[in-house]
Write a protein that binds this ligand. Structure first.
Ligand SMILES: O=C[C@H](O)COP(=O)(O)O
Length: 334
C-alpha cells in the first residue's frame, strides 16, 4: 500500500501503541514523503498561535513544570567537561528541585528526577557511576558529534564504546549532506547501522535542522530517520547557529504523527538547544499536547535537551510556593 492508501484505510486517528514498544522501523518508503509540500508562513503562524492561545496558570503551571523536569535530558556538552562537573550535574538530576519547594508542593516523596543526563562519550563512566541506583538513564552523544564528519567505522565504534560504558541512550548526528543531496537510501542505511550498533540502547537521531535548508527537508529527514528505526527524532545539537524552534518542531511532530498513522509505531521527540526558560518548557509541552495529545507528555516519548533551563524552572516553582522570585544566581546550576 502507498501512503495515501494506508492513511485512507486507517482513518485519521493516530494508531498509538500503549506499550511503547521500540520503533522497529520500516523499509525505506520514499512515497511516504516524496510529494510533501510545507508552507513556511502557515507553519510559523500555527506555531505562534498555538502557544499564545492557551495559558496554563497557577497549580496547573506548577504541575506542567514538574512534568517538564521529568522530561529534561540534563546536558553538559562542553570541551572543558570534567568528572567533577558531571558528578555535580548528576546530583542535580537526582534532586532537581529544592527539598523545601517539593515539600510545599506536596511532592517530597514523589522521587522527581530529570529524564536523563546527556554527556560526551568519555564522560559516560562518570555519569553511570554517579547515577547508579537512581534509575536515571545516561544518554551519550556519539558519531562525531556535532558535525558527524568522521568515517562511518569510527562513528559506529563510538556508539559501541558509549554503550559498553553503560549509556542507555545514544544521540547520533546524521550526515547532513545526504539530506541536502536527497540521498535518502544513504541516510537510511547510515541510521540503520547506527541503530544496530546501539543494540538495546535507544537511538535518538539529531537532524541538525537548521543545516537542512528547508522545512520540506526537515519533514523528509524525519521520516527517513523513523523508517530507519530511530526511537526519537531530535532537532539540534545545541551547536548550530539556530537550534530548537517551534516551527521546525511542528513539522517534525507532523512527520512523527504521519509515521504513526502509516506504520502503527510510536516515536519520541526531543527538541534541543537554546531553550533556557520555564516559558520555553511550557511552549514545547503545549505543542506536544496540541499536536500529539497527553500520551506524548512523558519521558518515554518526550525529552527537552537543555543545559540551562532547569534553573529557571526551579525559580518559577519557588515563586509559585513563596510568591517571591529568588535571584537567578540562587538556581545557577543547569
Ligand atoms: O542536546 C542538548 C543540547 O546540546 C543542549 O543545548 P543547550 O546547551 O543550548 O541547552
Amino acid at each position: 500500500m502507498n501512503r495515501q492508501e494506508i492513511l485512507v484505510s486507517k482513518g485519521t486517528d493516530l494508531a498509538v501503541q500503549q506499550s511503547h514498544a521500540r520503533n522497529a522501523g520500516t523499509k525505506l518508503a520514499l512515497d511516504w514523503f516524496d510529494d510533501i509540500a510545507v508552507n513556511r508562513s502557515a507553519t510559523e503562524r500555527r506555531a505562534a498561535t498555538l502557544t499564545t492561545r492557551r495559558t496554563v496558570k497557577k497549580e496547573y503551571q506548577a504541575a506542567w513544570l514538574i512534568k517538564a523536569i521529568t522530561c529534561i535530558d540534563l546536558t553538559t556538552l562542553a570541551g572543558d567537561d570534567t568528572a567533577g562537573r558531571v558528578h555535580r550535574l548528576c546530583a542535580k538530576a537526582k534532586r532537581p528541585v529544592r527539598e523545601d519547594i517539593l515539600e510545599a508542593l506536596g511532592l517530597a516523596d514523589a522521587n522527581i528526577t530529570t529524564g536523563a543526563v546527556c554527556v560526551y562519550p568519555t564522560m559516560v563512566p562518570h555519569a553511570v557511576k554517579a547515577l547508579r541506583g537512581s534509575g536515571i538513564p545516561v544518554a551519550s552523544v556519539a558519531t562525531g558529534f556535532p558535525a558527524g564528519l568522521t568515517p562511518l567505522p569510527q562513528r559506529l565504534a563510538e556508539i559501541h564504546y558509549a554503550v559498553g560504558e553503560g549509556a542507555a541512550e545514544i544521540d547520533i548526528v546524521i550526515t547532513r549532506e545526504y539530506v541536502l543531496t536527497q540521498n535518502w537510501s544513504a541516510l537510511y542505511d547510515e541510521i540503520g547501522q547506527m541503530r544496530e550498533a546501539a543494540g538495546d540502547a535507544h537511538l535518538k537521531a539529531i537532524l541538525a535542522t537548521s543545516d537542512l535548508n528547508t522545512l520540506r527537508n526537515v519533514y523528509r529527514a524525519s521520516m527517513v530517520a523513523m523508517q530507519a528505526g530511530a526511537d526519537f527524532i531530535k532537532t539540534s545539537t545545541g551547536k548550530e547557529e539556530v537550534n530548537a524552534t517551534l516551527p521546525v518542531s511542528l513539522i517534525m511532530l507532523r512527520a512523527l504523527r504521519d509515521y504513526g498513522e502509516l506504520s502503527g509505531q510510536t516515536v519520541g521527540f526531543k527538541p534541543a538547544g537554546g531553550m533556557k526558560t520555564a516559558k520555553d518548557a511550557m511552549n514545547w509541552l503545549i505543542l506536544m499536547k496540541e499536536e500529539l495529545g497527553l500520551l506524548w507528555m512523558q519521558p518515554e516519548l518526550f525529552r527537552l535537551g537543555a543545559s540551562s533551563m532547569l534553573g529557571d524552572i526551579e525559580r518559577q516553582l519557588e515563586h509559585y510556593v513563596t510568591g517571591r522570585y529568588a535571584a537567578s544566581s540562587r538556581h545557577a546550576l543547569a
